[in-house]
Ligand binder design. Structure first.
Ligand SMILES: NC(=O)c1ccc[n+]([C@@H]2O[C@H](COP(=O)([O-])OP(=O)(O)OC[C@H]3O[C@@H](n4cnc5c(N)ncnc54)[C@H](O)[C@@H]3O)[C@@H](O)[C@H]2O)c1
Length: 398
């Protein structure tokens, strides 16, 4: 029986997902709310949705079955708990939360209510992660002992426009959002394949020197001046992974913004902006084509109207050959996608979990493993790289 859903936050990211929820046969009526009502009304009109709702509180008081949060990145924790406590299933854009307390509160609320919570981590279905997941399942790496995940996206490549749209006149206060508090693309791409979790971390932050008021501690809502950061994590079972969160970097993020490497005792996988290689002790296999997401949309597609032009490449990519599209509803065949084909799989996972009462792929426990290490890494960077223990909330209950 299709369930109804309320989209919360009709900014740059929500459009593509609203369209997919609309197309999915497991979803019924779709409502929208935004602090700026004209954004909610605009999305309702553009897609012909069921209607807009004046506030989040009003949406939670309604008989809508689920909410999908697309609000700014530092806002999710309390909104998720509020929705679960109001009896709604929750799909949340990344990150899960910005503190350990918020993370714990979500896990508690999921345990107590038994409702579905899923974090929409796009790297979970990044072609490189899907590929590594398959190789790990087939024991192709031998013993995996090291991995790297980078989210490399320069502020000049669309983020200034995005933060202006997001933050209004006082946008500089939030454009300084700490890179390590947005850790899920780099960590999720690794742990989405490697079945382990971080146990400790040491991180280094690079104080910004652009001098334009962004990443200025005096202006930043987060007291943050790091624009680039690197973290080295120890993992359970032996081994380590290293992540980079770069916001000032000479790199073509419109070609690839998340990139991964995995090293095992028998084989390894390495990715650059345009190529991906599988390697063993005898040689190198170019697997780039297998992992290449094929664009499905034009950059001027109406679903992208709120997205800054320099960010649109991330939203036009469809699936790659490595993806198993046979599991998707046929209604998605010509639908907008994005982030290397991941949007279709995330929406399908959430909808099926709600309808079948099963745990979604990126459930609260997995989401915590993708998010918490970054929160602790940011603390470590602020303490000059002090090595800190990373708490783990455990495996999901069976
Ligand atoms: N690859 C990815 O997974 C990826 C990519 C882009 C964005 N995102 C995530 O998507 C989320 C949204 O990003 P965006 O760029 O669309 O942000 P945005 O600032 O463009 O839009 C957020 C919207 O939420 C609204 N809002 C905020 N609080 C609200 C509330 N309490 N009730 C109703 N509306 C509220 C704002 O008015 C705004 O219109 C962020 O969390 C971001 O991290 C993820």
């Amino acid at each position: 029986m299709p369930f109804s859903i309320g989209i919360v936050g009709a900014g740059q990211f929500a459009g593509s997902f609203a369209k997919l929820f609309q197309l999915h046969p497991g979803v019924g009526d779709i409502y929208v709310t935004d602090l700026l009502p004209e954004r909610a009304d605009g999305l309702v009109k553009q897609l012909g949705l069921a209607g807009s709702v004046a506030s989040y509180e009003e949406l939670l008081a309604s008989d809508v079955d689920a909410v999908a949060l697309f609000t700014q990145r530092w806002t999710h924790g309390p909104l998720v708990v509020q929705a679960l406590r109001a009896g709604k299933h929750v799909y949340s854009a990344v990150p899960m939360a910005v503190s350990l307390e918020e993370t714990e509160a979500i896990i508690e609320a999921v345990k107590e209510t038994g409702l579905t919570y899923m974090m929409g981590e796009t790297s979970h279905y990044n072609p490189a992660t899907v590929y590594a997941r398959e190789k790990i399942a087939a024991e192709g790496f031998g013993r995996l002992f090291y991995a790297e995940g980078d989210y490399v996206h320069d502020m000049d490549l669309g983020f200034y426009d995005a933060y202006r749209y997001s933050g209004g006149e006082r946008w500089k206060e939030t454009a300084s959002y700490p890179p390590l508090l947005y850790p899920t693309h780099s960590i999720g791409g690794i742990l989405g394949a490697w079945q382990t979790y971080a146990t400790s971390v040491s991180a280094v932050g690079v104080p910004d020197d652009r001098g334009d008021g962004v990443f200025d501690r005096g202006i930043s809502q987060f007291g943050n001046d790091f624009s680039n950061a690197t973290a080295l994590f120890e993992v359970a079972g032996g081994g380590s992974f290293r992540t980079n969160e770069f916001r000032r970097v000479g790199y073509p993020s419109h070609i690839r913004e998340s990139r991964f490497r995995f090293f095992g005792t028998e084989a390894s996988f390495e990715q650059l902006a345009t190529v991906s290689f599988w390697q063993d002790k005898t040689g190198v296999q170019d697997v780039s084509e297998h992992l290449q997401a094929v664009p499905t949309l034009a950059a001027d597609d109406p679903s992208l109207k709120n997205v800054a032009p320099a960010l649109r490449d991330a939203f036009i990519s469809g699936t790659a050959p490595v993806h198993d599209c046979s599991r998707l509803p046929r209604e998605f065949a010509h639908a907008p996608n994005g982030h290397e084909g991941s949007h279709h799989f995330l929406v399908d996972d959430f909808v099926n979990s709600v309808n079948e009462g099963t745990l979604p792929s990126v459930n609260a426990w997995v989401a915590a493993r993708y998010t918490v290490p970054g929160i602790v890494a940011h603390d470590s960077a602020r303490r000059d790289g002090e090595r800190l223990a990373v708490p783990d909330f455990g495996d999901p209950p069976r």
